[in-house]
Write a protein of this length. Sequence first.
Length: 367
Amino acid sequence: MSTKAEALAVIPEFQFEGKLQECIPFGNGHINDTYRLTFETERGIRRYILQRMNTSIFTKPKELMENIEGVTNWLKKKIAATGGDVERETLNLVLTKDGKNSHVDAPGNYWRAFLYVEGATSYDQVKNDRDFYESAVAFGRFQGLLSDYPAKTLHETIEKFHDTVDRFAKFRAALDADVCGRAALVQPEIRFVLEREAFAHTLVDLQAAGKLPLRVTHNDTKLNNIMIDDVSGKGICVIDLDTVMPGLSVNDFGDSIRFGASTAAEDEQDLSKVSCDLHLFEVYTKGFIEGCAGALTETELAMLPVGARMMTFECGMRFLTDYLEGDHYFKIHRENHNLDRCRTQFRLVADMEEKEKEMQEIVAKYR
Ligand code: GN1
Ligand code: MG
């Protein structure tokens, strides 16, 4: 954790407007340290977000900031061209006084600042269909506005993040090593993965064959990464751009479904409660396709249900790999936590396999 004194010390480095009134810790993010700054200016109050980045998780802060700068500048141009509100519909970086996208302090901490999005809130839980739909429209719009961005120029800040074939290989290596002697305890889960080796290739192979385009992807497409307007209820701004990378649109869609359309928590122990809610699937699909506004290709549309299944399978496999390796990646809060998470994901995958046809029909309704 950084201290408020450390935050105060870097404030003069940035192009903030006015006189500082307040600096308070802000939000409930688990990774970066976040402060909200209030300044008094001649035109009234101006607020900003100041963050110290967690460079033990984001080990390539320079590349990460280049990604954010490139993508937000692009979004600003697009939003301005269509008469939108540039200050509220995308994150806006506040540069340092020497024009850089971040400031490195004497101990080597990376700091960055954004305009605060006024009059909007991010929600941790899906309370109603409307919010889930709005998050879908917003993530779809993000995809659409960035559909002609040269995705190749983005840095892969976490290598092979959604390369499911590589994730499968890492799972197999963990299984062979079996450093904790846990493999014997989870034979059904191991079989579940091994039986789906061919499936793991589906999207990676389509991409390699040039049938799925490389896109700008967000990679953390949860409801709480959308700011919802307090008055209109519309999803106005996509936030948390730390994992923006080149990737597949269907994976961004899929991760939203994996998390948001499940009838139970990711670590539910009673598997009878876990299924993929087709109504929520439809709500999200409708919003996402509308938001993309024609940017998705026929193959991408056809692969949306596979994206949902793939992200769920991959995530379950990652939980199982971490369980076999001794729980060093995902934080656990109880014994077998990663195994419980793995089981919910595999239950969802099995359910999605049965619902594949219905999912295809839902997509067909909106394409
Ligand atoms: C991690 O910490 P959170 O919830 O933002 C993980 C995602 C997983 C998710 C599963 C960088 O995301 O890929 O889907 O846990 N993020 C990273 O809960 O590995
Ligand atoms: Mg996150």
